[in-house]
Write a protein that binds this ligand. Structure first.
Ligand code: ADP
Ligand code: MG
Length: 676
């Protein structure tokens, strides 16, 4: 199907925001801060930047999004509306993917990218307007940006330093919490785009009760309900809300199985189940597939989009009349039992459920099918979603704040204050990886670390490797850990067995058997291959993920080279074999994730939490536990058990001197800069 570009693009004049163009232009001119709200789909994200570009021609318009897919997709759309090729007048930047040029005036980016730009240029001198979009989402980075911009603009000498015209900040939010935002920003005006929505009738079902949190249960159920809707409801497209990439792929697999089975990961084509066009939508999808989402289906065909929460507010798909709501979302939460952030599947909040349902009533009356019971709604779903800043690790943003000269991280203007123990925990972790000193001041190493868009522990290991001249071992590993799902594990049992076998073979070929060398080996093997995509397919590896790992590795290498040129980089010497060198570098960053085998297959973590953990079945070390004593690991997976993933055996000697750091930290002294 081809774009019906002409008719479609003219639509922008029919969007609710269009009538308020001049008023909005004036409001931005008159105010430092402006809050803009309106129903999702009213045109805020795609139109407002274009309006402001016309009046404020002295600099770029920057628009932040909490999600990378949203930044990319919207930039694509707007570049079409403005009849320019993507990356010229309109561009985007997300972590590890910069699609902008000198000509770019409208720049969509993730909130994390803008935070990095502030590090390099605190007054954002290149921008005339900064738009913080999706503020209701309350992502950690957007919350921090709100506080930083509030601080900058409220001190006049700071705000105008190095700028010819004052910076304007627009905060956009779906209808929630706009008063709170306005009060936080000193009582700035709130502009509401009026718009109508149509009624949506919601139905509960009894399939999911308070105890059903197994993913297999809700995946099966959404598939069943979606097929029911398809066979029994009138025309109109379906939007299914699921939790993440693997669940979505499974659900799509199950839907395809109703007809012939086509594996959409390898071939991009239309997939129809007797008049049903099935389209997955999640964060790391290739963009050519994303485009299909917005195209109207061919006549007589019903579209069924199976999406993550991205379709709740960030992206609006026209033509949706039916919602199938799983009731779950994948969320990064700090788990106090194990003392780490863990990606978990949790029930959505009631306000989130209402937002999901609302997506069916944009152009006509719609229906929402909730696969959960009223008891689930009452007992399991909170009223509102807790802001990310109150439930995840603050380590990376606290380092950023400190590097920006915000030493008092406790009294920083937070829209919602995180608990002090979370701030102290972050300071402790920064101290443990040598990013700050005992008094809470940023060290030279900390200044280097902040330059890398990676988790602090991984950065620490990488910098250790660089100082020992073996960055070639760590750069590919860091890249592989920064992209999603390298290993394919098909849903089909036969194929699954074959994939597991192939992956085991790769492990054996990698020689020194641990999961980090496995990543390194896959990276190098594929890179050396003449036909990399065929090699991947043959070995059940995601070629697309690996391709982005190649690009990430190059970019990390560039950052490292830049730092090595700019500063006198610390260099040390090491005598020993390569495998030991590699693992010792890992220890420098991962000594906080050390576990020791206690009995049988059970390990015990050494970070003071003393959690009992198991090696995950995906590890090359699974079933070899008896031969292991001390290990480090990259992350945890919590189900009925706690699993450690990406594991590497180590010797106690290597961490002996580091382990005391886990316990002998005076958090009071660390926060002393903040208390002075
Ligand atoms: P808001 O930000 O207020 O939620 P948007 O500006 O995102 O609204 O959307 C306005 C309109 O643009 C919607 O009708 C949406 O379907 C359409 N739109 C947005 N992105 C695309 C795209 N990539 N392709 C086609 N239509 C799009
Ligand atoms: Mg929007």
């Amino acid at each position: 199907t081809k774009w019906d570009t002409k008719g479609d693009l003219d639509e922008s004049k029919n969007l609710p925001i269009y009538q308020h163009k001049a008023t909005l232009q004036q409001a931005v001119k008159d105010n430092s801060f402006l809050v803009v709200t309106g129903e999702t789909g009213s045109g805020k994200t795609t139109q407002l930047p274009q309006y402001l570009k016309l009046t404020r021609n002295n600099g770029k318009i920057g628009i932040t999004q909490p999600r990378r897919v949203a930044a990319i997709t919207v930039a694509q759309r707007v570049s079409q509306e403005m009849h320019c090729s993507l990356g010229r007048e309109v561009g985007y930047q997300v972590r590890f993917d910069d699609c902008t040029t000198q000509d770019t005036v409208v720049k969509y980016m993730t909130d994390g990218c803008l935070l990095r730009e502030i590090l390099a240029d605190p007054v954002l001198s290149q921008y005339s307007v900064v738009i913080l979009d999706e503020a209701h989402e309350r992502s950690l980075n957007t919350d921090i940006l709100l506080g930083l911009l509030k601080q900058t603009l409220s001190s006049p000498d700071k705000a105008s330093k190095g700028r010819s015209v004052p910076l304007k900040v627009v905060v956009m939010s779906a209808t929630l919490e706009t008063d709170k935002l306005s009060v936080f920003l000193g009582g700035c005006p709130v502009f509401t785009i009026p718009g109508r929505t149509f009624p949506v009738t919601s139905k509960f079902s009894c399939a999911i009760g308070p105890k059903d949190t197994e993913s297999s249960v809700y995946i099966k159920e959404v598939v069943k309900v979606a097929l029911d809707v398809h066979t029994s409801e009138m025309a109109g497209d379906i939007l299914v809300f699921l939790t993440g990439q693997s669940e979505i792929e499974k659900a799509c697999d199950m839907l395809y199985e109703k007809a012939e089975s086509i594996d959409y990961r390898y071939d991009v084509q239309d997939h129809k189940v007797e008049g049903l066009l099935i389209l997955p939508l999640y964060g790391s999808m290739p963009t050519d597939q994303q485009k299909q989402i917005f195209q109207p289906p061919p006549p007589g065909i019903r579209k069924c989009v199976v999406a993550t929460n991205i379709a709740a507010t960030s992206l609006t798909i026209n033509g949706i009349k039916y919602i199938v709501d799983s009731g779950f979302v994948k969320q990064l939460n700090h788990n106090s039992r194990v003392g780490m952030d863990i990606l978990e599947v949790v029930p959505i909040s009631k306000s989130e459920a209402l937002q999901r349902a609302g997506r069916a009533g944009r152009t006509s009356a719609g229906k929402c099918f909730r696969i959960y019971s009223p008891a689930f709604w009452e007992k399991c779903m909170p009223e509102y979603t807790v802001p990310e800043i109150q439930r995840t690790s603050l380590t990376a943003v606290i380092l950023t704040l400190k590097c920006l000269g915000v030493h008092d991280v406790i009294r920083f203007p937070y829209l919602d204050r995180p608990e002090e123990r979370f701030i102290l925990e972050a300071l402790k972790q920064l101290y443990q990886c040598d990013a700050i000193d005992r008094r809470g001041k940023v060290t030279r190493l900390g200044e280097l670390m902040v330059e890398f868009p990676l988790p602090p522990g991984l950065t620490r290991a990488l910098l250790q490797a660089a100082s020992l001249g073996c960055e070639d071992l760590l750069l590919p590993v860091a890249a592989m850990l920064s992209v999603e799902n390298i290993f394919i594990r098909p849903g089909h049992p036969e194929k699954q067995k074959e994939a597991d076998k192939k992956h085991r073979q790769l492990g054996v070929q990698a020689g020194s058997c641990n999961d980090f060398t496995m990543l390194l080996s896959v990276f190098e093997k594929c890179k050396a291959s003449d036909a990399p995509s065929a090699w991947c397919k043959d070995n059940y590896i995601h070629w697309r993920a690996l391709k982005s790992a190649f690009s990430v590795e190059t970019q990390l290498r560039e950052i490292l080279l830049r730092l090595q040129k700019k500063r006198d980089f610390p260099m040390e010497k090491f005598d020993g074999n390569k495998s030991e060198l590699f693992r010792r570098c890992l220890c420098t960053g991962y000594f906080t994730n050390v576990a020791r085998r206690s009995v049988g297959k059970v390990f015990c973590t050494m970070d003071g939490h003393g959690s009992m953990v198991h090696i995950h079945p995906s590890s090359t070390l699974f079933d070899q536990e008896a031969q292991l004593d001390w290990v480090i690991f990259h992350d945890l997976l919590v189900t009925s058990r706690i699993y450690i993933r990406t594991v590497c055996p180590i010797r106690y000697d290597w961490v002996k001197d580091l382990l005391p750091k886990l316990h002998e930290v005076d958090v009071y002294e660390l926060s002393s800069v903040a208390r002075e």
